[in-house]
Design a binder for this molecule. Structure first.
Ligand code: NAP
Length: 284
């Protein structure tokens, strides 16, 4: 890849940003296709978001990803938000269209694609227990409901936050939504779900849900963890050891990135390239 006077700029804004794997996977796909783009990380503090978005607009960047803590606060700074991103209340991808900045959310579609690819799991008609009520959980709840999940239960440490997410989803027409305490992980009710989905940050640095009893899961249930570092979280390890199908969040990370890539370049990224570079980095 050689940066020239015609090279177009893509990037990611967040704080912190040094840990982001998006530059690695996006640049790998751009290089593989020989596209004249470069993808760079931009550290943007919360009180500098307004200035940063104006700067990116002025500099004419083709598009950028948005990560913690800007996914929600960026909405009023954009010219247009897709209905899906509006429902999720969060933007993870911005695309320049002419002079306008359009906000998308590719996290939900990325999750559904990863569930299908990694677990052969189709959401329609299924019962899902989701752990968490933050931004990732919200995108997941909306995507699961849009994809026809029969029931979605939100279990969060802070129950009031879980109830608030349920209220938001119900307001947007979602049905079959409930909340539960995290203690559900040690209760017979766990057997009533087809998918257990972790959308909390538990699992990073080896942290775990101490009360999780994987034997209580239905024999055919799957477990998906949005966390991808470590590649096998304690939640996934115990579920796998109990004989359940499991997958980590690496597939979702790659799939949401692939969708952003298409929006910016108009090209399909080479299949598997993003996933492979992520896996190589994380396994190493
Ligand atoms: P967030 O908005 O900060 O929400 C964090 C969630 O984790 C909250 O539900 C919080 O519960 C819960 N939590 C944190 N520590 C906990 C603990 N010790 N015990 C129980 N619950 C705990 O973060 P987010 O944006 O939703 O992201 C959540 C995770 O998803 C992160 O690990 C992120 O890396 C991952 N993620 C992965 C992808 C992917 O592509 N694979 C995409 C998006 C996010 P309380 O409400 O009780 O505090």
């Amino acid at each position: 890849m050689q940066v020239t006077g015609t090279t177009r700029v893509l990037g990611i804004i967040g704080s912190p940003i040094a840990h982001s794997l998006s530059p690695l996977m996006q640049n790998a796909a751009l290089a593989e296709l020989g596209l004249d783009f470069v993808y760079v990380p931009f550290a943007v503090a919360p009180d500098q978001l307004d200035l940063a978005v104006s700067g990116l607009r002025t500099l004419g960047v083709t598009g950028f990803n948005v990560t913690i803590p800007h996914k929600e606060t960026i909405l009023p700074l954009l010219d247009e938000i897709t209905p899906q991103a509006m429902r999720m209340g969060a933007v993870n991808t911005v695309q320049r269209v002419g002079d306008r900045l359009v906000g998308h959310n590719t996290d939900g579609a990325g999750l559904l694609a990863a569930l299908a690819a990694d677990l052969d799991f189709t959401v329609a008609g299924k019962r899902v227990l989701i752990l968490g009520a933050g931004g990732a959980a919200r995108a997941a709840v909306m995507a699961l409901l849009d994809a026809g999940a029969a029931a979605v239960t939100i279990a969060n440490r802070d129950l009031a936050r879980g109830e608030a997410l349920m209220g938001m989803a119900v307001k947007q027409g979602g049905a079959g939504i409930m909340v539960a305490p995290l203690a559900i992980l040690a209760s017979a009710e766990l057997g009533g779900y087809d998918l257990l989905l972790n959308a909390t940050s538990v699992g990073m640095n080896g942290t775990t849900f101490v009360d999780f009893c994987p034997e209580l899961l239905n024999d055919t249930a799957c477990v998906y963890d949005m966390v991808y570092a470590p590649l096998e979280t304690p939640l996934l390890r115990s579920a796998r050891q109990a004989g359940r199908r499991t997958a980590n969040g690496l597939g979702m990370l790659a799939a949401q990135g692939e969708r952003a890539f298409v929006l910016w370049t108009g090209c399909q990224p080479p299949p598997g390239v993003m996933r492979t570079v992520l896996l190589t980095r994380l396994a190493g």
